[in-house]
Design a binder for this molecule. Structure first.
Ligand SMILES: O=P(O)(O)OC[C@H]1O[C@H](OP(=O)(O)OP(=O)(O)O)[C@H](O)[C@@H]1O
Ligand SMILES: O=c1cc[nH]c(=O)[nH]1
Ligand SMILES: [Mg+2]
Length: 213
């Protein structure tokens, strides 16, 4: 598995405001949207394109167009939904599949409550959206599902990652013949005893959608 930490002052600036507990939900949503387009720029570096011939007003030339089959973008509900608009703005031809997953607060084990995506992903590039890579249980399960359905490669975009989650992804996909990449704005210090990223930004779903408590 490859990890790419996007080291850029604009990314760090937006992430710092996201972390701030005083940032309200509307601002949090806007910043998450802006951040994902910056991460997506890096995450789509290997997106498949086809050569095309076109005419400018001046002459004939060659260029590229996003290729078919279309990439698949998969937000992990709920928090991943906050990254969807920013991603499809950059990848307008993408198809969107949905995975609903929730982590049990006690055991920290993920369970899947909704799956809506093509059964056959043979030859397709898949982009998973989830702001938080904590223990890694959720992202390992989501990535495995996409590989099992035949994805050509899997790239996860996470706003924040914990070293524990990165290590679990590395272990899970160390022998994978399918390329797996994680693109994130930062790898934080550790997880706390409740499985939250430290310093992190709290519960991303709650902060995006204004859920109290
Ligand atoms: O790496 P892990 O330890 O598996 O934890 C990360 C998961 O936890 C959060 O979702 P949550 O379960 O809070 O669901 P939500 O998006 O509905 O709030 C987050 O968005 C990830 O999906
Ligand atoms: O810090 C964390 C860990 C899991 N899920 C979140 O939303 N935040
Ligand atoms: Mg949550």
């Amino acid at each position: 598995m490859r990890i790419h930490v996007v080291d850029h002052p604009l990314v760090a600036h937006k992430l710092s405001t996201l972390r701030d507990e005083r940032t309200d939900s509307p601002t949090f949503r806007r910043l998450a949207d802006e951040l994902v387009t910056l991460l997506a720029y890096e995450a789509t570096r290997d997106v498949l394109v086809d050569q095309v011939v076109l005419r400018t007003p001046v002459s004939e030339t060659t260029g590229v167009k996003l290729s078919y089959p279309r990439p698949l973008v998969v937000p992990i509900l709920r928090a991943g939904l906050g990254m969807l608009d920013g991603m499809v703005r950059l990848l307008p031809t993408a198809e969107v599949g949905f995975l609903g997953m929730i982590r049990d607060e006690g055991t920290l084990q993920p369970s899947t409550y909704a799956t809506r995506m093509p059964d056959d992903l043979t030859g397709r590039q898949a982009y998973v959206l989830d702001p938080m890579l904590a223990t890694g249980g959720t992202l390992v399960a989501a990535t495995q599902l996409l590989i099992d359905r035949g994805a050509r490669d899997v790239t996860a975009l996470c706003l924040l990652a914990a070293p524990e989650g990165v290590a679990l992804m590395q272990e899970a996909f160390k022998d994978s013949s399918v390329p797996v990449t994680v693109v994130t704005a930062a790898v934080d210090e550790r997880l706390n005893e409740h499985g939250y990223i430290v310093p992190g930004l709290g519960d991303a779903g709650d902060r995006l959608y204004g859920t109290a408590g």
